[in-house]
Ligand binder design. Structure first.
Ligand code: NAD
Length: 290
């Protein structure tokens, strides 16, 4: 790395807190080195209080672009100059592009496109399919919006009766207003409706934090009868690598069941393309990260 850095090196940042655990710096810097690009990627521990200064810093220092993670994904919206259509619909940004270094900052969201590419990498196309989705927080919203934009036939969202439910209702309203997709939201507590939806779906996406620390012992699917060889299952959680849901799916005969590592990789690849204009060498990065 030290051999690569010089007076011309361009910077891409990541602003979030906590952030020291993130795989993104490794992913981006390995990709820059592999592509022979004169760039560096650094993580900055920035919360909402310092966010306006950090965004001004992106402009002042001509940082090429930035990834944005919690707790800044929504808070950054009013600080930017322009939003992509998906970012506007989702109401969150995970990628900022400093267009032509002019200080004109455009916010994008690549979690949804990253999830669609992860499914494609497993041979699954969402187009024309019936999909059951649990979760309507940040990840669930981005996935729901992108699935609708990409031509899902029917999207059935389930969320437990918590503070995120109203957000899910708002997402349904936006999707119905702006796309042709058929979409519904129902309480996860209605287990019969959830099981019926899974029985009629070809894809199940779990976009909740169930399965992730401190909820390692939680799987939203507990009935082996709903696991079928032709039901593809994607869990957005990737630590632990095998969540309780994925273990349950494997033990009960699921043929395609995978974690959120690919979504993480492809949301990064989409951001990489937006900020640098180049393709991330995803196969190489997979060999480094997975
Ligand atoms: P969030 O806090 O915005 O939303 C959390 C969601 O999980 C809500 O819908 C909530 O109702 C639901 N939930 C939590 N615990 C639950 C439980 N026990 N039962 C039912 N529902 C439950 O979080 P987020 O930003 O949407 O992230 C959700 C998960 O997705 C996290 O684990 C995060 O690490 C992961 N994620 C992965 C990627 C990736 O690239 N793979 C990207 C973004 C988020």
């Amino acid at each position: 790395m030290s051999e690569r850095l010089n007076g011309h090196t361009l910077l891409v940042s990541l602003i979030a807190t906590p952030i020291r655990h993130s795989l993104s710096p490794t992913m981006w810097n390995e990709a820059f080195a592999k592509n022979g690009m004169d760039y560096a990627y650094l993580a900055f521990e920035v919360g909402n209080e310092q966010l306006a200064d950090a965004v001004q810093g992106i402009r002042a220092l001509k940082i090429q672009g930035s990834n944005v993670s919690m707790p800044n994904k929504q808070a950054i919206l009013p600080l930017l100059d322009e939003l992509s259509p998906a970012a506007k619909l989702v109401g969150a940004v995970n990628t900022v592009v400093n267009k032509n270094e002019s200080g004109h900052l455009i916010g994008h969201v690549t979690d949804g496109t990253g999830a669609m590419r992860a499914l494609q990498a497993e041979g699954i196309d969402i187009k024309g399919q019936i999909v059951t989705l649990t979760g309507c927080g940040g990840a669930g919203t981005a996935i729901a919006i992108q699935a609708a934009l990409d031509g899902v036939k029917e999207l059935r969202i389930f969320n437990r009766d918590d503070e995120f439910y109203a957000n899910g209702e708002e997402t349904v309203r936006k999707i119905l207003e702006d796309t042709d997709a058929k979409v519904t939201i129902s309480p996860l507590e209605d287990q019969e409706a959830f099981k019926k939806s899974l029985a009629e779906s070809s894809i199940y996406i779990d976009a909740t934090s169930a399965g992730m620390k401190p909820q390692e012992d939680v799987s939203l699917i507990t009935d082996p009868a709903v696991i079928r060889p032709d039901l593809a299952i994607m869990d957005v959680v990737y630590a632990p690598a095998e969540t309780k849901l994925l273990k349950f799916a494997r033990e009960n005969g699921a043929t395609v069941a995978f974690n959120g590592l690919q979504m993480m990789l492809y949301q990064g690849a989409e951001a990489f393309k937006l900020i640098t204009g180049e393709e991330m060498p995803v196969d190489y990065i997979k060999s480094v990260l997975f």
